[in-house]
Ligand binder design. Structure first.
Ligand code: PAF
Length: 283
């Protein structure tokens, strides 16, 4: 595997390759990331991965400094997966001048759910993803469904900018007890780790409740959300949101769309101790 930090060198290496697939990451790789590498290989060759902890997407009180950086272990894993190039720019490589031009996603998608609780997050994500796509120029790029809203926003961004890249969604990989794999799981204490799978269990209960509704209307949906928040709070979590939304645009459904059977997804973010976990489940 070639490890490259310089944008020009990356372009020189990829010259003439028009079938490359790309998996951007912030490192601290786990089985979820590796499954994205395998998916990337099915859609394009060579596989290019990136590791870059993107300061622009962290809020002032978030974990940019303490975000786990495990470069050598990550390199070993990527080599085993047969990744062709690891693009691992420094901040100087990727942002040689302050990044003043940024991509601002539309409020109705970028300022809800994660965007409401992490202001500026999606602006930082879109800006770095656009820049990484411009550096790698892949045919396809793979993003995990674990970050459901991020996947949707990036899809819309590439569509609106007519970028010549297909965005491929990768399924969430879970531990045996149901906890979605995440680099932030490493922050959990043993007790918190034992409690953490309850988040996915609750989403499954919420899904059952929605499926068993005699009348699917907005008040019933809101009641299910409220009950779920109360249940999680009762177990000692601090939920930011548990929201049952339309899959198409992540907006709350209305009675008409519910009656028409609009596909739904449940999204959640909640803190357990100091660790903020996110998860989702399609209905
Ligand atoms: O999902 C992530 O790891 C990051 O948000 C991404 C897409 C690599 C951008 O920094």
């Amino acid at each position: 595997m070639k490890i490259i930090s310089d944008i020009q060198e990356l372009r020189d290496h990829l010259r003439g390759q028009n079938r490359a697939s790309f998996v951007p990451t912030m490192g601290n790789l786990h089985e979820g990331h590796l499954s994205l590498m395998r998916l990337a290989r099915q859609h394009g060759d060579p596989v290019v991965a990136s590791i870059f902890v993107n300061r622009l997407q962290f809020g002032p009180n978030e974990d940019f400094d303490s975000y786990p950086r495990t470069m050598q272990a990550d390199i070993d894993k990527l080599e085993k997966e047969g990744v062709y190039i690891l693009f691992a720019p420094t901040e100087r490589d990727l942002y040689p001048q302050p990044q003043e031009y940024r991509v601002d996603p539309p409020q109705q998608l970028g300022d809800i759910l994660e965007g409401e609780f992490r202001p500026g997050f999606f602006k930082g994500v879109c800006t770095v993803v656009l820049k990484l796509l411009s550096c790698v120029q892949p045919k396809v790029a793979v993003f995990g469904k674990k970050d459901y809203q991020q996947l949707m926003i990036i899809r819309q961004m590439t569509k609106q900018f007519a970028l010549p890249v297909d965005i491929i969604p990768g399924e969430t990989i879970r531990a045996q007890d149901g906890l979605a794999l995440s680099s932030r799981n490493g922050y959990l204490s043993p007790d918190e780790r034992a409690e953490a799978p309850q988040l996915q269990k609750l989403l499954q209960e919420v899904r059952e409740q929605v499926l068993n509704l005699n009348v699917r209307d907005t008040s019933a949906i809101e009641q299910i959300e409220k009950d779920a928040i109360a249940k999680l709070t009762g177990r000692g979590w601090q939920p930011d949101y548990i929201a049952i939304r339309q899959r198409s645009d992540l907006a709350p459904s209305n009675n008409q769309s519910l009656e028409a059977g609009e596909p739904l997804v449940i999204l959640t973010a909640a803190k357990l101790g100091k660790t903020r976990l996110i998860d989702n489940l399609e209905i």
